[in-house]
Design a protein around this ligand. Structure first.
Ligand SMILES: C[S@@+](CC[C@H](N)C(=O)[O-])C[C@H]1O[C@@H](n2cnc3c(N)ncnc32)[C@H](O)[C@@H]1O
Length: 461
């Protein structure tokens, strides 16, 4: 039996999604709605030897990870994690792992399928609980095996199952059938484990999968705090106040992706057409006109109007909107911001200018991007805070690289602007809270504030 640390939702019937997670008590922005353990996780290949394969904690230079002396391909933060992994699956996988990952069948898989192949192998390393669960007519939310088998199957119909790393003799027809059953629920139920919004692994969290539906205007978001020797958990955090009885939704993908990309991905991977407020709005304004050319007067006017609409128009007194669906009141002349080409080109420009300068231009592009985020994302969405932090760093770099000819008054104005962006980042990211590894964005804000109150040092990424 595996009980969640926190579970403040109950299941209620949903017209198209089978069930929905409904809040049983009111939640404040930042409250945990659910804290649920992983049944199984794998870390991404690029995280190997830097993160514990069991708890997901990054070494950060202070954890001395030990390497499995059998396969030399798994690393652990200590004996507790190593023993847990050994007992759960590694004793069945260790010997064959290296030959398996070198095999042509495995090598032919996509990066995503490679991780799923290892995840599925781990889950089947000890099939006994799955046999028991599949033989049982009952399902219980306190049992991850029956809960997983009760999850909706994904829309994929080609019957594909990745190759498995199993000990000789374990690859029977029954195991293959069981693998098919489990894998049919992977694509639409499993989660990408993130650290500071970067993907670091894949995880199976049956309870979270059973409860939380998707919305592109979610009122909650998932995070994965890690701690040495502690089981990897998923935390679902309220992004705004949620009333008792309200559905709690999370984003399955980035709501800032273009409308058609989101629709296609949700249909292909999850088997549904999204009917959230953002999708309904965007469907209503399709086809979106292309934005004016970069560098044109028309684009400058559109972006000035966007900044004024979303952030108040004064780049030294930026206000983030509290409206959960600001896009619904977006003037028609700003609709081209939803064109599939617009955000990629704007974020590429901000990224380039904030590294190479001129920083003044980077700040303008960055504020426009913040305005777009404020329109697309709901209040307190973590990407808004991460971007405000990037803006704070860029303004601080402008201050630090100002030449002796710069007027003291201008520098003061920019110092205050850098603080303003850090205040915004703090406000948003404190709702999402600490997540992933230590020294995440909230830690970066603290470091930056120290630098700003002391000496001047340009900030590296
Ligand atoms: C992780 S499960 C969510 C829990 C699910 N509702 C249940 O009752 O078990 C994902 C599946 O739920 C359904 N789903 C999730 N969000 C949805 C939405 N916004 N609209 C329609 N169906 C949705 C889809 O069938 C999707 O493949």
């Amino acid at each position: 039996m595996v009980l969640p640390e926190v579970l403040r939702v109950r299941l209620a019937p949903h017209p198209t999604a089978r069930d929905a997670a409904v809040a049983v008590v009111p939640a404040k922005a930042g409250d945990p709605i659910a804290i649920v353990p992983a049944l199984s996780t794998v870390i991404s290949p690029d995280q190997k030897s830097w993160r514990c394969d069991q708890c997901g904690t990054a070494s950060m230079g202070f954890l001395n990870l030990r390497r499995c002396s059998g396969c030399a391909s798994f690393w652990y933060c200590g004996t507790i994690c190593q023993n847990k992994a050994w007992k759960a699956h590694h004793r069945k996988i260790c010997k064959n792992h290296d030959a398996f990952v070198a095999s042509p069948e495995y090598q032919a898989l996509t990066a995503h399928d490679k991780m799923d192949a290892l995840l599925l192998s781990q889950m089947l390393a000890d099939p006994a609980p799955w046999w028991n669960a599949s033989g049982s007519a009952e399902y219980s939310l306190s049992d991850p095996y029956t809960t997983f088998l009760h999850l909706l199957k994904g829309p994929r119909v080609d019957g594909f199952v990745p190759p498995l790393c199993l000990p000789p003799g374990a690859a029977t027809a029954e195991t293959a059938a069981l693998a098919k059953e489990l894998y049919s629920r992977f694509g639409n139920n499993n989660f990408v484990v993130q650290d500071h919004l970067n993907s670091v692994g894949h995880g199976v969290f049956p309870l979270a999968s059973r409860f939380f539906n998707h919305s592109c205007v979610p009122n909650a978001a998932c995070k994965y705090p890690t701690q040495p020797e502690k089981p990897l958990t998923m935390e679902v955090v309220a992004l705004r106040d949620i009333a008792a009885g309200e559905e709690v939704t999370v984003p399955y993908l980035d709501p800032a992706l273009p409308y058609q990309t989101r629709q296609d991905a949700l249909r292909a991977n999850y088997g549904f057409q999204c009917g959230c407020r953002l999708c309904l709005f965007q469907r209503g304004i399709e086809p979106v006109a292309s934005p004016p050319q970069r560098g044109s007067e028309e684009l400058r006017d559109m972006e000035t109007a966007l900044r004024a609409f979303a952030l108040g128009g004064d780049e030294h007194a930026v206000r983030l909107p509290a409206h959960p669906a600001l896009f619904e009141t977006l003037p028609a002349n700003l609709h081209p911001i939803f064109h599939e080409s617009y955000l990629p080109s704007l974020s590429e420009l901000f990224s380039k200018l904030s590294h190479e300068g001129p920083f003044v231009d980077a700040i303008e592009a960055g504020i426009t991007q913040l305005a777009l985020y404020a329109v697309v994302y709901p209040p307190n969405y973590p990407q808004i805070g991460m971007h405000a932090l990037e803006l704070g760093k860029t303004v601080w770099n402008l201050v630090c690289t100002a030449g002796p000819e710069a007027a003291a008054a201008d520098i003061k104005v920019r110092e205050e602007q850098a603080e303003m962006f850090l205040d915004l980042a703090d406000e948003v990211l404190n709702v999402y809270g600490e997540e992933g590894d230590i020294c995440g964005p909230l830690g970066e804000i603290r470091v930056l504030r120290d630098m700003m109150s002391g000496r001047c040092d340009a900030v590296d990424d």
